[in-house]
Design a protein around this ligand. Sequence first.
Ligand SMILES: *[C@@H]1O[C@H](CO)[C@@H](O)[C@H](O)[C@H]1NC(C)=O
Ligand SMILES: *[C@@H]1O[C@H](CO)[C@@H](O)[C@H](O)[C@H]1NC(C)=O
Ligand SMILES: *[C@@H]1O[C@H](CO)[C@@H](O)[C@H](O)[C@H]1NC(C)=O
Ligand SMILES: *[C@@H]1O[C@H](CO)[C@@H](O)[C@H](O)[C@H]1NC(C)=O
Length: 387
Amino acid sequence: MKEIALFICILFQLSILSSAESNDFSIDLIHIDSPLSPFYNSSLTQSDILINAAFNSISRAESFPLNTDVNSDQTITIPNRGSYLMPFYIGTVPRGSLAIVDTGSDLLWIQCLPWECKYVVGYGDKSTTRGTVATDIISFNNSHDGRIIEYPNTIFGCGYNNTGVFQPQGAGVFGLGGGPLSFISQHGAKFGKRKFSYCLLPFYYVQGSSKLKFGVDTQTKRRGVVTTAMVSLYPSTFYYLTLEAVSINGRIVRPDERTVGNIVIDSGTATTFLKTSWYKKVEAAVVEAIGHQSVAVSYPPRPFRLCYKDGSITNFPNITLQFFGAYVELKLSKLNTFLTVNTLTCFAIFPTEKTSIIGNLLQMFFNIEYDLDKRTVSFAKANCLKE
Ligand SMILES: *[C@@H]1O[C@H](CO)[C@@H](O)[C@H](O)[C@H]1NC(C)=O
Ligand SMILES: *[C@@H]1O[C@H](CO)[C@@H](O)[C@H](O)[C@H]1NC(C)=O
Ligand SMILES: *[C@@H]1O[C@H](CO)[C@@H](O)[C@H](O)[C@H]1NC(C)=O
Ligand SMILES: *[C@@H]1O[C@H](CO)[C@@H](O)[C@H](O)[C@H]1NC(C)=O
């Protein structure tokens, strides 16, 4: 009933849409744990931040829905504090706002006071956000030239009673999901192509910003681009890909289960997750590749499962990902798969009983483009500082 009410609200809002003059743009993202973030906590060490990120990722992975069946296709979001914040402006008299960049949800919503058209969105973990559906001008400061780019008549949710684990207080969510309500679905036609891309840097890179681009062809001049198909499964918000194997120093480790659409690529989960049976085989291959001269610590700090004394790994394994349809493997660096936590170096991939997830640590230092028209996701090694 409530979903129907939401749908009617949205149909009404769609009916008053008109076309806008706008084009492509690039945004500097703020890592939520960087000193530039309003949510920065200066009493946390880098290791504290990484441990918190791992715990947050585990709770986000836990709330991913298991069903890929059509009946579960609803406006869904995985609540979490996310990792990257996007600055934007709202209203004809522009008011600055920040929202978590989230490929795991569709709607853009901000926190504000009630309006007339109410909605309730239920989330995976029974959190809810109540509010109104509204349209207004959303504008961005194009980081290329400082020009303000306006998108009139953007549909967004205006939350005024957010319960559950929504964090941090005051930030909205900028949904980049594949569903019809997401910003890219609403406005893609205006920049001629429904595509966006990002190049992510870790929170400790303070000399430059991660970039998010809309409507720009970002892979055409790069070498070694790994392109794979998006798989249509439910909920349609998520970007499902097909990861056929993980290779560790050339040893191919395949999942036990079906591979079509077996992994979700997500901007809001930090660490990567593989189905438990697959994870165990990958972990065993990593331990073997690192070799016996480096001894894993007996009691890794929670939530990590495999840690070595920092500096004791003399040969980091070459880990690559083999995606369906890709001519080349995606070569990962140790920064994508290992984290330094206090005096240890820990493996940054975890097992899950839910959906396998490509987290944002694994995506760092790659330019990743989502083409919603061609239904592909492509990866290319990039210097994200120079994007
Ligand atoms: C900052 O981190 C410290 C140490 O974990 C914690 O006690 C404190 O509550 C945090 N502050 C905020 C504002 O979250
Ligand atoms: C856009 O961003 C640039 C760089 O941060 C800044 O100098 C400029 O004042 C901003 N423009 C507006 C209109 O806020
Ligand atoms: C906010 O939501 C909670 C839980 O659904 C409800 O108990 C409370 O009355 C609501 N508050 C307002 C001001 O609507
Ligand atoms: C890892 O990759 C590098 C560069 O491609 C190569 O030189 C090295 O031999 C590889 N190591 C192993 C153990 O395969």
